[in-house]
Design a protein. Structure first.
Ligand code: PGA
Ligand code: ZN
Length: 433
């Protein structure tokens, strides 16, 4: 068959942190080609699909991915040769079956996802479709949509040497007619944040996602700096630009279940953490809180949802790990109202798109997200548009691995004539606090 997989070829390349990652080339019988590479997190959830690293201290301090590369070039290439690349579900099911473990630990989720992405891209080329159109076809989406972007401005946590306790403070454009307008507004805020940092003699060097790492002592101080940067950009906080937060609370939680805000010098129970987040929503134009509590703190999450779920978007990242079973548990017990979607937490294109569909049918918002270690591959932008996810979360408007994703949105907007979701991508939850 013309669209059968002829060759799969993987190699080790480097990501934005200079760490090895997997890149895969897929060739089909008719000459169609797809290349994709795999991102990597730092604040990884325990339930994520398994990233296979070599563990050889003499090679990239143990972080090499030569075993995953060999798994693609050997066992996977052999098993997938001759399968129709247009049957993405079959390709992905075959990959899962071949691995045989729940978290894809044998062959490595990085090997498996690299193949799944590359085959999807080759399938798009063979079908003479743009990648976002191919994704839309796979999801049964008839109206692809440009997503509302949220952009990292200030970083802490594991992305910035724990200089601040909370991992991410992001800007969300509330009033933009197109994704190009939205990106322009975000660029103004990012630029103004550097000016504010410079004036206050705070560091202006870049954190892992291209944001600033001002090392402020508390979340409240970071939120004040966000408001200042928005104002400095000539924009109105809460009117033009709102704020999103990723607490990444799993990285703060101690054995005893309490949350250690080490920079601030304070320990909080789940209840106290919820009270802190509620007070931030009272004082600042916060529209979205991600991982406000830890990944196994299901009862805390239930309380958090009761306390703030009507007011803000409550996003599970480590909590859901783009995993259908974990998401279903949350849906059944009404926990959270938004899902962060990271293909490498799941392991395959089909699995990732299924989680988006599952979230959507339960009324949860979906936010396609980058990892803190990225490559120049902008596949996620096509997933966000093609699945009509509504939102996308990308690092700051700095460094080419991050900017690649924004640039792809600009190209798709020009090419597709698709509508921009705007704040509706958050399903009307904006402006509540
Ligand atoms: P990670 O961070 O890629 O390091 O997990 C991104 C996030 O937590 O959303
Ligand atoms: Zn997160």
């Amino acid at each position: 068959m013309k669209t059968s997989i002829r060759t799969l070829l993987a190699r080790q390349i480097l990501d934005s942190r200079g760490r090895p990652t997997v890149e895969v080339d897929a060739w089909l019988e008719d000459g169609a080609f797809g290349r994709a590479s795999v991102p990597s997190g730092a604040s990884t959830g325990a339930a994520e699909a398994h990233e296979l690293r070599d563990g050889d201290p003499a090679h990239y301090a143990g972080l090499g991915v030569l075993k995953a590369v060999a798994n693609v070039n050997g066992e996977i290439a052999q098993a997938l040769g001759g399968i129709d690349a247009l049957d993405q579900k079959r390709v992905d099911d075959q990959l899962l079956a071949l691995d045989g473990t729940a978290q894809l630990a044998r062959l490595g989720a990085n090997a498996i996802l690299g193949v799944s992405l590359a085959v999807c891209r080759a399938g798009a080329q063979a079908s003479r479709l743009q990648l976002y159109q191919r994704i839309a076809q796979l999801c049964g989406v008839t109206a692809p949509t440009l997503p509302l972007p949220m952009t990292n401005i200030l970083s802490g946590g594991l992305h910035a040497g724990r200089g601040m306790d909370v991992q991410d403070f992001l800007a969300v454009p509330l009033r933009a007619a197109t994704v190009a307008d939205a990106i322009h507004l975000l660029a103004r805020v990012r630029h103004a944040a550097t000016e504010v940092a410079r004036e206050r003699n705070l560091p202006t060097l870049l954190a892992d996602e291209g944001g600033l790492s001002p090392g402020l002592e508390s979340g409240r101080a970071a939120l004040q700096m966000m408001v200042e940067a928005i104002g400095r950009a000539g924009l109105k906080p809460g009117v033009d630009i709102a704020i999103a937060i990723d607490v990444a609370a799993s990285t703060l939680q101690a054995q005893d279940g309490r949350y250690r805000f080490a920079r601030e010098g304070v320990e909080r129970t789940a209840g106290e953490t919820i009270a802190m987040l509620a007070s931030w929503c009272d004082e600042f134009p916060v529209v979205s809180i991600e991982d406000g509590l830890g990944e196994e703190d299901w009862s805390g999450w239930a309380d958090l949802t009761r306390a703030l779920g009507e007011r803000v978007q409550l996003v599970g990242d480590d909590l859901f790990a783009t995993n259908a079973l974990r998401l279903q548990r949350a849906i059944d017990s009404r926990i959270g109202n938004g899902v962060l979607v990271k293909a490498n937490q799941n392991g395959t294109v089909s699995g990732t798109l299924a989680v988006i569909a599952q979230a959507r049918s339960a009324g949860y918002a979906t936010i396609v997200s980058a990892r803190s270690g990225e490559t120049e591959d902008a596949f996620m932008s096509d997933i966000a548009v093609g699945s009509a996810a509504g939102q996308i979360k990308i690092g700051s408007l700095r460094t080419s691995s991050t900017v690649a994703k924004y640039n792809q949105l600009l190209r798709i907007e020009e090419h597709s004539g698709a509508a921009y979701a705007g704040i509706q991508g958050m399903r009307g939850r904006h402006g509540a606090c």
